[in-house]
Design a protein around this ligand. Sequence first.
Ligand SMILES: [Zn+2]
Length: 415
Amino acid sequence: MKVERDNRDASMTSSTVHDPLGLLQELIAIPSVNPMGNDLSGPQFFEQELTKWLVGFFRELGTPYEIQPVADGRSNVIARLEIDSALPSIMLEAHQDTVPVDGMTIEPFAPLMENGRIYGRGACDVKGGMAAMLSTFARLVREGTTAGANVIMSCTCDEEYTAKGARHLAQQWSCDQESQTPVSSRPDFCIVAEPTDLNVIVAHRGVVRWKIQTHGRACHSSRPQDGHSAIYDMAHIVSALEKYAEALQENSEPHPLCGSSSLSIGKITGGTSVNIVPHLCEIEIDRRSLPGECSAKLLEDIEQFLRSETTVNFTFTPPWIDSPSLADDFNQNLAESLLNTINGIVDTPRVKQGAWYGTDASTFAAGGVPSVVFGPGSIAQAHTADEWIEIEQLRQACEIYYQFCKNPTGLSITL
Ligand SMILES: [Zn+2]
């Protein structure tokens, strides 16, 4: 399918600009692959091109926007529709990046519309949600002062790997009032776009990822008695962690919406050559936390457990991901109010749910903003080889975001 790129001008009709289908096709055609921590470069990697496109979009709308540099070549773009400071402010958030495209069975960046679906990388996670939000935002801006809320459209970077963009934005909110800009100052509520099948996610688990290292003494493998194997030491750590993970699964109290805590070892590396006794072995651990669990405490518990179970020396590296869980005790008013709008539009009633995956919503909630996750598409299609989204859901999500911002009935700032 041929995609018209950035050829809009003042003569373009507002209905074209508002069309989420056209927007989604444009977004898919601009690669924004997250290299996921790997040393990769090339035109398809990072969000830079999409960031430029978003800046053009907001500039054309004529609404205030700002670019927040987050890391080398990676930025958040945030725009604001300010109606009246007495109204609640609602942030609509969608991430700019997608997961990689290796192994895809469709053309990732050539959007294809077929059988009521749009195919392409990001169609479902989360360029579909972004298109619906951008479409809503554009419609509200062009309609002028009739919205029932001030609306912030936030497009963040690096959600799929370390959520740098969301963390950067939330950190701005903790600065004193003078250091916050009028565009990106702290909102009252936040809706994060992820494919939820139009349900409202009110709780999800958090995740901590870190490494454990064992340190040996290298020597020639023909005389292993002269050295000390880091791999043998790590074997003790791995066995102890397996025991810990089983106990966690069996004994920890599950959360009614998020299930149990979990621990998994995802990677092991060690040694340099078969004829050398290894001096270093390293594992990477993924520990999922429930609402109420604190990452510093759980790391301390695991370290204590390992010290009691083994006699080997080991070290913990600082976590490279420490993402909080989303608790459902702080966002009920927002969830109920949004559900009212949703169920006034869809035929099959939607509900509040928990999720096993993490999102930017927990970072915003930790920054003091009641947050939920809501968007078109199913998580079953996210990150898949033939990623797609149902066009009907895309349109419904668009209408829901719009109606909610227009008339956020029941939303109360005093919680
Ligand atoms: Zn996503």
